[in-house]
Structures are given as C-alpha cells and as structure tokens.
Design a protein around this ligand. Structure first.
Ligand code: ZN
Ligand code: ZN
Length: 191
C-alpha cells in the first residue's frame, strides 16, 4: 500500500467538506493549507443560523442562488474570524472558483489554487491569477486514493478471510486470497 499524496489528501478534504453543502444547486468544498497543514475549510452554505436551501429551496436572483456563501469565501472568512494569516497559503477547491472568489483568493495572498473540476472557468480569472502571480493547478482526483468506502470493504474482506481460516482452508490458499484482495486496494498513486 502506498501513501496518499499531499494533493490527493487535501483534495479529499475538500470533497468531504462539499458533502456538508446546504445548497442543492452545487456542492463545493475548499481547504486552505499552509506548510502542508490544513488551516481552514469551507463549503457553500447559508450564514450561520440561517435557513438552508435544502430545507427552503434556493433563493435565486439572476440565475444565482444568493443565500449561500461560497466555499472559498467561507474558508477565507474562517481565517479572518480567528485571525489566521492566509498570506502565502494554498487553496484546494473542488470546482474552479467564480470571479468573486478569485478576487478574494488573490487579495488574501493565496499563492496556489488547486482545483479538481472545471466550472465555468472564466478567462478573466486566469488573467487576474497570472497578473497576481498565483499558480493555478488542475488536480485529477485519484478515486482509488480517496475512496472512503475502502476501509469498509477492507474490513469486510478481512472478516471473510478470517472465516476461511477458521473453516480449515489451507494456508497456501489463504495467502492466495490475501494477495488477491490486497491487490484490489493498492494505489497507483502519484507522489
Ligand atoms: Zn441555494
Ligand atoms: Zn465563488
């Protein structure tokens, strides 16, 4: 088993955060990282204490849901709320950020933007990033690396193999099953 790469690890965190999204239009997650440490995270959702789109429906104006704060903004605001510097940090987002978030990211001093999915990538965003010296990198999600079901599957296979051992199956055959099952979980990681 190989270790999960930093990019996959932080991107997995953003995908996990996206599962907390309260807007039905798009589930987005963002993770801010400094010196390989997660310093903040956010997902698109209502203001604290506000009603949720998933309960009340979206509040749509000009084809945009205005109820939610974007994941990137939420992550940056978490830093401002608690006084955590974002200068020189990196951000991992599930979707390419909108223009408003791009500007906030640049202004907060973020130096690298990693994104996993193209989403209406605006040419002006790329222009601003370039001008500000912000590096933008696409990260392809390695589904074998961040499949959260793996642990469950692995545990299930361990149980099965244990039962085989108990039922008197030869050691040779057990080893064969063991090797085959661990092959299912080996990661073709990029490091
Ligand atoms: Zn909404
Ligand atoms: Zn945005």
């Amino acid at each position: 088993m190989t270790r999960i790469s930093w990019n996959q690890y932080f991107m997995a965190q953003s995908h996990l955060l996206a599962l907390r999204s309260t807007c039905t239009r798009l589930a987005v997650g963002a993770t801010i990282v400094r010196d390989k440490r997660i310093i903040a995270g956010g997902y698109n959702g209502s203001i604290a204490g506000g009603v949720h789109c998933i309960d009340e429906g979206c509040y749509v104006i000009d084809n945009h849901c205005v109820r939610t704060i974007h994941a990137e903004m939420n992550a940056l605001l978490q830093c401002s709320k608690f006084g955590v510097p974002t200068s020189g940090a990196e951000i991992y987002v599930t979707h390419f950020p909108c223009l408003h978030c791009c500007k906030a990211i640049i202004q907060a001093g973020i130096k690298t933007v990693y994104y996993a999915m193209n989403y209406k990538n605006h040419p002006y965003a790329m222009e601003m990033f370039e001008q500000a010296g912000v590096r933008v990198e696409y990260v392809k999600v390695d589904e074998t690396a961040i499949n959260l079901n793996d642990t469950e599957k692995m545990n299930f296979i361990h149980t099965l193999i244990k039962r085989l051992e108990e039922s008197g199956v030869s050691e040779e055959e057990i080893n064969q099953w063991q090797n085959q099952s661990s092959g299912l979980f080996s990661k073709q990681g990029n490091h």
